[in-house]
Design a protein around this ligand. Structure first.
Ligand SMILES: [Zn+2]
Length: 250
């Protein structure tokens, strides 16, 4: 069978990208420095609302597009519905500015699940959200360290810990199936969050709250930032079917 137009385009794009391959170890990466001009460009996309309100407002726009996508009859029309919302509220920083540094205004610790695309969920552009991901959105060492970097070096004022409906990692933690040693390590903190008798949705929510509580316990830097009022940590839950992100009360 002849390849489709999409397959040909994808193959051409891959070959184009292959021509741009670079070395794995070109030397030590330079730390991002935000100069005056760059800061002004990055400020173009600074949210008008407080970070948490901005995330929720962006999610409200996504929910409308998500509902429209659910009504659309083809993949193309579904993508069009999502892009309409993206153009409506998103803001894109120039690539030339992004190449010089970043000034994200919120961090999100969430699951690696492919159904949780942060920029879509919160209707944001590149350079706005600092994403840390691992299956089950646990407070794993490298993730906590990444959040320390975001708070200390990028002045991020908000960390959202986002669980989601149907989470496979929480499902695995609830089951008795044999896991690899590394997967056992991954589900151990999820199991620590469980409340006896909880169903899957309740367990996903308690896991998000537990991870959020672990951040200031495991990191002195995050604890001090939270205590001083410089940092807010907010657990939340994403329902895939409705597209809604709901805040969880601590
Ligand atoms: Zn998950």
């Amino acid at each position: 069978m002849a390849p489709s137009r999409r397959e040909l385009l994808e193959k051409a794009a891959f070959l184009g990208a292959a021509l741009g391959f670079g070395q794995c170890w070109p030397g030590l990466a330079q730390a991002a420095v935000v100069d005056g001009d760059l800061r002004a460009q990055l400020e173009v996309c600074k949210p008008s609302l407080k970070p948490l309100q901005q995330l929720i407002a962006g999610n409200q726009r996504f929910m409308k597009a998500w509902a429209a996508a659910g009504e659309a009859e083809s993949p193309d029309l579904r993508m069009q519905a999502l892009q309409l919302a993206y153009g409506d509220g998103g803001c894109e920083i120039k690539p030339q500015a992004l190449a010089k540094g970043q000034r994200p205004w919120a961090a999100v610790l969430t699951c690696a699940d492919s159904r949780v695309p942060l920029e879509w969920l919160f209707n944001t552009g590149d350079g706005e959200l600092f994403g840390v991901r691992s299956a089950g959105n646990t407070a794993f060492n490298e993730g906590v360290a990444s959040l320390e970097y975001a708070v200390a070096n990028l002045d991020v004022p908000l960390i959202m810990v986002l669980g989601h409906s149907g989470c496979g990692a929480v499902t695995a933690a609830m089951a008795d199936a044999m896991l690899t040693p590394l997967l056992e390590d991954l589900v151990t903190p999820i199991r620590a969050s469980f409340v006896p008798g909880n169903n899957l949705t309740e367990a996903i929510k308690s896991n998000a709250c537990y991870s959020a509580a672990q951040l200031p316990k495991r990191s002195e830097l995050l604890r001090k930032a939270q205590t001083s009022g410089k940092l807010k940590i907010q657990p939340a839950y994403f329902d895939i079917e409705s597209g809604q992100v709901s805040l969880l009360l601590v």
